[in-house]
Design a protein around this ligand. Structure first.
Ligand code: GLU
Length: 276
């Protein structure tokens, strides 16, 4: 059975980009008689606003989508801790006390998701009184599991290349997991068989595939869809003035009609679509 999911973070309202993402996931599941899941990724404590999750549910209803809701990330911290402990015990994580500023000052390489950590703390004695994140030693991890591949419905077969993102953080200084660890574990726990999300997260999948191999998790298929862009050709974002779905909803626009237009590649005014 096909199981897809929509996994928004309640740190800002949903906009058309999210609507499109939810519709893609919903329609794949519906067409195959599968399940479409909603998972609230509320792990980011200080930025997370629980009331927004209710707004998200109203937005999805407004778009005419039906879903099954699974556990939010905040209830799964123990699962993340256990997995991190296991990787730590196998010598695949190392503590890192670097701040973003310090990393920037090193003039590191830029990767598909911004700065690539140059491995400064790897193999170093770390001051135990300083807060430390735990990073994945990608080289060692790959030596453990060997060559990996994964399949994207649009881009085809991919050779996993987690070096693109460098030694990513798996345990944040302030939380028992990062997005990469939490989302990978959740997708497995929720039985997701087709991960649909925007092409902006394509590179992250190289890391997720590696984590699946390290932790013995099932390997889903992926579908990284194109992105909705604003007038400046940038990804939609509330902070750049993208209108929230909640605002369209509040002005009594018809969400189901909007959803059907998105399905037919008819984009709201001022929005374009890019698929690479
Ligand atoms: N919470 C993530 C986001 O809102 C989900 C990314 C994913 O679908 O894996 O970007």
């Amino acid at each position: 059975m096909i199981v897809t999911r929509f996994a928004p973070s309640p740190n800002g309202p949903l906009h058309w980009g999210h609507a499109y993402s939810a519709i893609v996931a919903h329609d794949f599941a519906q067409a195959a008689g599968g399940r479409f899941l909603l998972r609230i990724e509320d792990i980011d404590g200080p930025r997370s606003r629980p009331r927004l999750a209710d707004e998200f549910r109203r937005d999805l209803e407004w778009l005419g989508l039906e879903w099954d809701e699974v556990l939010p990330q905040s209830t799964r911290l123990e699962l993340y801790r256990k997995a991190a402990d296991e990787l730590l015990g196998r010598g695949l994580l190392y503590p890192c006390t670097c701040t973003r500023k310090q990393i920037e000052a090193l003039g590191p390489k830029m990767g598909p998701e911004g700065l690539v950590y140059p491995g400064t703390c790897k193999g170093q004695q770390i001051d135990p009184t300083k807060p430390a994140a735990l990073r994945l030693d990608v080289e060692r991890a790959l030596a453990d599991v060997g060559d990996l591949s994964w399949h994207d419905a649009l881009a085809g077969e991919q050779q996993a290349d987690p070096h693109q993102l460098g030694d990513v953080v798996l345990v944040r200084k302030d939380l028992p997991a990062s997005y990469h660890l939490a989302a990978t574990l959740d997708d497995a726990a929720d039985g997701v068989t087709l991960v649909t999300r925007g092409q902006d997260l394509f590179a992250a999948t190289h890391v997720h595939r590696l984590l699946q191999a390290l932790l013995g998790l099932p390997v889903p298929q992926w579908h990284h869809h194109g992105l909705l862009l604003d007038d400046d050709g940038k990804k939609l974002a509330k902070r750049r003035g993208s209108k929230a779905l909640a605002d369209h909803r509040a002005s009594a626009e018809n969400g189901r009609e909007w959803a059907d237009r998105l399905r037919m590649d008819q984009w709201p005014c001022g929005i374009s679509f890019r698929s690479t």
